[in-house]
Ligand binder design. Structure first.
Ligand SMILES: [Zn+2]
Ligand SMILES: [Zn+2]
Ligand SMILES: [Zn+2]
Ligand SMILES: [Zn+2]
Length: 225
């Protein structure tokens, strides 16, 4: 499998930057924005494969604020449980949701996050650096990957718009453009009945009842050719 390209826009200058350089790019802006002594905000990178979020989180905001943000943009389907750990997903030490960012994060630390202990989605959160900047609303989105270039698995020409979750659960190729979705429905009874879900810009795509986020929805769809 070829590695899928991942890039996103910078909140400050609107430039499109590769996933591999966006943390450093944003550090350049954040360094210049520092102005309010005493206010410490954490620059965080959240990752799951090619998907990423770059966030600025107020040091006084508790982890449950981050939990709510992740649910709103990437995860929420039917109110599953979630948890933050350090030292590995599942096996690591649990960190309480009321802990403040300033008490949890230090430079370079990595946290694991699991949403839904059944059909789970796992994320890794890395603390990049603290900055003397105030953050409106507790968390600000600085960048996220643009919709990934996922082509239809059948025709390989059109952007995929639908995913057949029955085959997805088996690890099979099952993302289709509108035309090929119709053909797939003729062959797959489950698809015709219930199993089709929209392609969305989230690592939870195709899992449980997930159909897309509640915030930043304009970047939550299918890529444009
Ligand atoms: Zn920029
Ligand atoms: Zn669910
Ligand atoms: Zn197709
Ligand atoms: Zn199917």
């Amino acid at each position: 499998m070829t590695k899928i390209k991942s890039e996103g826009r910078c909140h400050y200058c609107q430039q499109t930057v590769a996933k591999s350089s966006i943390s450093r790019h944003l550090e350049g802006h954040l360094g210049k924005l520092e102005q309010e002594p005493g206010k410490s905000a954490w620059h965080l990178r959240v990752e799951a494969g090619a998907y990423y979020l770059q966030l600025l989180m107020d040091g006084n905001a508790p982890l449950k604020k981050l939990d709510a943000f992740l649910r709103d943009i990437w995860l929420e389907c039917c109110g599953h449980m979630s948890e933050f750990t350090i030292g590995g997903a599942w096996s690591g030490q649990k960190i309480g949701m009321t802990q403040k960012a300033a008490d949890v994060f230090h430079e370079g630390i990595k946290l694991n996050y699991v949403y839904d202990f059944g059909t789970s989605t796992e994320l890794e959160i890395k603390a990049i650096r603290a900055h003397a900047i105030s953050v409106k609303g507790g968390i600000q989105l600085l960048s996220r990957n643009e919709p990934l270039e996922i082509y239809c698995h059948t025709c390989k020409k059109q952007p995929a718009t639908q995913i057949c979750t029955v085959h997805w659960a088996e690890g099979e190729d099952c993302m289709f453009c509108d035309d090929c979705t119709e053909k797939h429905e003729e062959a797959c009874e489950d698809a015709a009945d219930y199993a089709l879900m929209p392609i969305v810009n989230s690592p939870r795509m195709g899992e449980c009842g997930y159909e897309g986020g509640a915030i930043d929805v304009e970047r939550d769809g299918v890529f444009k050719v």
